[in-house]
Ligand binder design. Sequence first.
Ligand code: ZN
Length: 353
Amino acid sequence: MPVADYGQYCEMLDRARKGRFAYPAINVTSLTTANAVLKGLADSKSDGIIQVSTGGGAFASGAAVKDMALGAISIAEHVHRAAARYPIYVALHTDHCQADKLDTFVLPLVEETERRRAAGQPNLFNSHMFDGSALPLRENLEIAAKLLERFGKSDLMLEIEVGVVGGEEDGVRASAAAKLYTTPEDTLEVARRLRAVSGARYLLAATFGNVHGVYKPGQVKLKPSILKDCQEAVVAALGESARFHLVFHGGSGSELRDIHEALDYGVVKMNIDTDMQYVFTRAIVDHCFKNYDGVLRVDGEVGNKKAYDPRSYMATAEKAMATRVVRATTELRSAGTTMMQASATTIDARQPA
Ligand SMILES: [Zn+2]
């Protein structure tokens, strides 16, 4: 299917919260990794989210250009074309963007969507994240509210983060003293401020001990009950309609039972980057070790063109990543939930017996 439109994206997220599952939101940096996600989602009959980070966008634009918005546009345009060949819905999102990068990443992408809409074309991306978690909450929300007002006019969704996710991502490292657990008071403030912007939707990444990057099992002390406390506080104060659609960042290496508990409390999107990076590279390493004298020209030999053709190991890595995507949809319970299937069933039901 083509990339989900705003209505379909809203429906995806609402279905996920109601059905207590989450979509994998997978970081991609190339055509190959984007294709891997599409294949994995299709194999598992799950809709999902493809996302591009500032570093991923810069990489995709080429080492000599390093324009993060340009690279993100290139990847998004590819996904718009390629997704049409797969029987699932995918949404396009941009990952972490700190305040100092808004002018060179998110805002040019929003402008691009505004330009396309004015010309009667679909949005480029479905949603963008603004990461103001390192700022005081008031400042974070001030910027978020301003963005949300603009986003609402173009059917764009905003993702924000409150509290700090530990570890490191894209070279940004959280300080050891960072606030790793969001409080219900903080999230209540989020709801009060952002619900005042009418007709616009947002996603909230609340932190509950999660860390970016990967850690050995047992080193990450997740407290998913924090998410439950936040939901209960906001519903008690502002009613059921204020219940959050939550995002889980920094989940690599988490225990499955913690992930499932988080899904029960309204996590509808889980970012997955590190684990995908590893399986992709692992497949290439395997290829090189197994074909040592093929990928290299050893002792005056000529190597094996079939082994060092980048397509050979890139295709293997794509396949390995697609398999990992399937596993992610199983763990997040989104496998088999595609809205494509729902509409296919509706069409089937109309066929004469
Ligand atoms: Zn984060």
